[in-house]
Design a protein around this ligand. Structure first.
Ligand SMILES: [Zn+2]
Ligand SMILES: [Zn+2]
Length: 234
């Protein structure tokens, strides 16, 4: 593997995957995440709460019950220099590539598609097929943590290849990697092969927005990517 990492985004100033207590299982509100993002010098933040599968997953219920309309806030509506956007972390549901992508029946242009074990009701041996079918059908922006140990076996190489074909991003997800929840061969495959590689924290708190970014970058440094992490422009 080459030790030159070409992220599409700048890990120091942007984040494309985060959660809040207003809309899913984050620990902090949208407002608190914005304040933190500003204080650590982020220039762009995407809030991508989980889709609503209430009957199955507690993570899709806003922790604080505020149920505010995420679309009520528009990009640059926050009166600061932070560019704020709202998306969704959608769930893959089965091998046919059906997905759930609404948050309480609201839809978003920015979709991260991930597998979370309890939401997937298809054949557990055909998750890879499910991702490939979903990429053919839906305007997905980023594939979320395809190396997590949820269901086996997932073919990360095939998923990345298909994502490259359709111009879809794949993430280096700090939360997943740092939690030990990731298959490291899969992580390395993503770092090595993805043509649209994104650095994301998947922060579920203000602390994670800051600390997991630092620790994720440290992880890459420890893996030998120190001098060659390019700072993408997105
Ligand atoms: Zn996820
Ligand atoms: Zn997430």
């Amino acid at each position: 593997m080459s030790n030159i990492l070409k992220f599409r985004n700048n890990p120091w100033t942007t984040d494309y995957h985060s959660h809040t207590s207003d809309w899913s299982d984050g620990e902090n509100t949208v407002e608190e995440m914005i304040s933190k993002a500003e204080s650590i010098g982020l220039e762009r933040l995407m809030i991508t709460d989980h889709c609503t599968i209430e009957e199955k997953n507690m993570y899709s219920l806003g922790r604080n019950g505020a149920r505010r309309d995420p679309s009520a806030r528009n990009i640059n509506d926050n009166g600061t220099n932070l560019i704020l956007g709202f998306g969704v972390e959608a769930d893959i549901l089965d091998e046919e590539g059906n997905i759930r992508s609404d948050i309480q029946e609201r839809y978003f242009d920015f979709i991260i598609l991930s597998l979370h074990g309890s939401a997937y009701t298809g054949d557990p041996r055909k998750v890879t097929e499910g991702f490939i079918n979903a990429m053919k059908k839906y305007p997905i922006r980023i594939i979320g943590h395809p190396y997590d140990f949820h269901l086996d076996p997932m073919n990360v190489g095939q998923i990345v290849k298909c994502a490259n074909k359709f111009g879809i991003g794949v993430e280096f997800n700090c939360k997943s990697v740092l939690s030990g929840n990731a298959n490291m061969d899969g992580v390395m495959t993503v770092l090595d092969k993805s043509e649209k590689l994104y650095f994301t924290t998947d922060a579920h708190s203000v602390d994670a927005l800051e600390e997991d970014r630092r620790r994720g970058l440290q992880f890459l440094k420890d893996e030998g990517f120190e001098r060659d992490i390019s700072r993408g422009k997105e």
